[in-house]
Design a binder for this molecule. Structure first.
Ligand code: 5GP
Length: 211
């Protein structure tokens, strides 16, 4: 038996941070580098930004459709963020977990709280902090995909969001993107190796000892 094929449960990797702390870039790099990791594509009622693709970055839906999904229990978690609704479709997560694939959740602290409550054993949560508020503001302006009032709202929400770092398993300060990325990747590597996620070790031991 090859060590790579030892059966294990999937990891639900939750990444949260205020907007502009670099979470999306880290998430994108991680998805590009890691096999067996896929993004949980959320539903949202917010308007699509120019660079976004429906079905890839989000499923963009109406408020009416959102309410229908929420009320039929199709969402694993949901929350209002910056005046819009966001939620995680349940089906894709159930499928990935049962097939032993890992899933990445780019969600806010309200979603993080809900997932840590409902799926504590499968969730590994990481909070990403910016190195300073000046840097956070500069990143929001550089992104410049949002109108000025949207940026102001995101900055004031950032203070509330930041206060939730204490609820997470790990905290990474994104001063240097490459270092922060390496830290997040190391967390994922270590969490995949946790004994209690790897029921296949019993079978591996049996093959190891008994041939
Ligand atoms: P944005 O509008 O910039 O894409 O995202 C705004 C915030 O909503 C980000 O903090 C993002 O992580 C969060 N978010 C995105 N999808 C979900 C979701 O499905 N659930 C929750 N709770 N937050 C989400």
């Amino acid at each position: 038996m090859d060590a790579q094929t030892i059966k294990r449960r999937g990891v639900m990797l939750v990444l949260s941070s205020p907007s502009g702390a670099g979470k999306s870039t880290i998430a994108r790099n991680l998805l590009a580098k890691e096999d067996n990791l896929e993004l949980s594509v959320s539903v949202t009622t917010r308007a699509k930004r120019g660079s976004e693709i429906d079905g890839t970055h989000y499923h963009f839906i109406s408020e009416r459709e959102f309410e229908r999904k929420r009320d039929s229990d199709a969402l694993l978690e949901w929350a209002p963020v910056h005046g819009n609704y966001y939620g995680t479709p349940r089906d894709a997560v159930d499928k990935a977990m049962s097939e032993g694939r890992d899933m990445l959740f780019d969600i806010d602290y309200q979603g993080g709280q809900q997932l840590m409550h409902t799926a504590r054993a499968d969730v590994v949560s990481i909070f990403i902090l910016p190195p300073s508020m000046t840097e956070l503001k500069a990143r929001l302006i550089r992104r410049a995909e949002d109108a000025e009032d949207v940026i102001a709202k995101r900055l004031s929400n950032a203070i509330e969001e930041i206060s939730h770092w204490k609820e997470y398993d790990y905290v990474v300060v994104n001063e240097d993107l490459e270092r922060a990325f390496n830290q997040v990747q190391s967390i994922l590597t270590a969490e995949r190796l946790r004994r209690d996620r790897r029921p296949g070790l019993f079978e591996f031991e049996d093959a190891l000892v008994n041939g």
